[in-house]
Write a protein of this length. Structure first.
Length: 369
């Protein structure tokens, strides 16, 4: 069998009492995209930081192109590029200076440095801003420069930690296209994301991570076949009516309605068709919903289906159960949102519970090998 580009066996990481990774296993074949999909605090960045030799695991084993990340960190570093979750470029240098500096630091052949920086600035649509200090860049420009920086040495294995968080739909699409090009040219990419759609569009395989464990590792197609890729949501205004509607709908359709307060949701492969049928049945029973929506499945829906609970970052009830789907709804051509439901509000921020944990993590001393 072909050697995997990345192989992870029983990988664990503890930070004091916090178990950030708990016996994680996965393999990434060369020339493919592997997506780690999970909510805040799931352990995505920790995985990437171990694989890129920034952190030492507490247990288990990981290799990049056959090199052990603990025993051969230098060799691993020569094989990888990393765009971390937080921009690593120097704010006071220009975009071009940053890329050239990285060319020098990564020992790119000297005559290659200038043209390589120029090529990447063009490719990431940063040529116009190339000679301005990075502190004058917008968030999206910084993010693109960060990914460009990871590509300077043309690494065979690329790690991208939430590469499109904070990008507008157009920049996100552009970055997806760049990632696809890299993979066509043979690069292996491991990326993390909180967006189901992103994993779906880019990755051959997706591992869903929750609280340091992989809860499923499959192809996006298989995941969607299991979960449906659209969700129908109905708000029945009153809990009693929602209970009644759930009982009317149960058994009539292969899709099972799940009730939460006054709301019902049904995952489906064809949400629009299901919605029409559902409304028909409800209407015949004198049950007209207050609002209806058809939207793409979000990470939160995947969690609910796989674990029976929502992502920690999502509110348990209330107006925005689909916070993770914000940019997804804004970008997706297959978005069938009727614009009436909570799924239609783009860009709503994820919740804060795990964010505050991350704040603690960021201010804690770094545990470097
Ligand atoms: N240096 C650290 N010290 C202590 N705890 C840490 C440290 N780094 C991470 N953690 C904890 O490990 C867990 C996993 O964190 P990690 O950063 O890997 O999550 P993530 O999946 O990348 O989340 P996000 O989507 O918020 O970036 C969290 O509970 C976090 O608080
Ligand atoms: Mg992270």
């Amino acid at each position: 069998m072909e050697q995997p580009a990345i192989s992870v066996v029983g990988l664990s990481k503890r930070f004091g009492p916090v178990v950030a990774l708990d016996r994680v296993d996965f393999e990434v074949p060369p020339g493919s995209v592997f997506g780690l999909l999970g909510p805040n605090g799931a352990g995505k960045s920790t995985t990437i930081r171990i694989l890129t030799t920034i952190l030492r695991p507490s247990g288990g084993h990981a290799e990049v192109l056959g090199r052990d990340v603990v025993r051969e960190p230098q060799a691993v570093r020569r094989l990888i590029g990393l765009a971390g979750q937080y921009a690593a470029v120097d704010q006071n240098l220009t975009g071009r200076e940053n890329l050239r500096l990285i060319g020098k630091l990564t020992h790119l052949h000297r005559p290659r440095i200038r043209p390589r920086a120029g090529e990447l600035l063009d490719r990431f649509d940063l040529a116009g801003a190339a000679d301005r200090p990075v502190r004058t860049y917008s968030g999206g420009m910084r993010r693109r420069l960060d990914v460009a920086a990871a590509l300077v040495p043309d690494p065979p294995v690329l790690f991208l930690d939430e590469p499109t968080t904070g990008l507008d739909p157009q920049s996100r699409n552009a970055l997806w296209e760049l990632i696809r090009e890299l993979v066509r040219d043979g690069t292996t990419v491991l990326l993390t994301t909180q967006y189901l759609e992103e994993a779906d569009r880019l990755a051959e395989r997706v591992a869903v991570v929750d609280e340091g464990r992989i809860i499923v590792d499959d192809t996006p197609a298989a995941l969607k076949a299991r979960l449906g890729n659209t969700v129908v949501e109905l708000d029945m205004a009153a809990e009693a009516r929602a209970v009644q509607a759930a009982s009317v709908l149960t058994g009539r359709f292969p899709e099972v309605p799940e009730r939460e307060g006054t709301r019902l949701r049904m995952a489906s492969r064809d949400g629009s068709a299901l919605l029409l049928d559902v409304l028909h049945v409800l209407d015949a029973n004198g049950l007209v919903p207050r609002s209806v929506a058809v939207r793409e499945s979000s990470l939160d829906d995947v969690f609910l289906a796989l674990t029976g609970h929502r992502t920690a970052a999502a509110p348990a009830t209330g107006a925005a159960p689909t916070s993770g789907a914000g940019p997804t709804s804004a970008a997706g051509p297959q978005d069938t949102s009727g614009g009436t439901g909570p799924g239609a509000s783009p860009g709503s921020a994820p919740g804060t519970s795990a964010d505050s944990a991350r704040q603690t993590a960021r201010s804690a001393p770094e545990d470097t090998p």
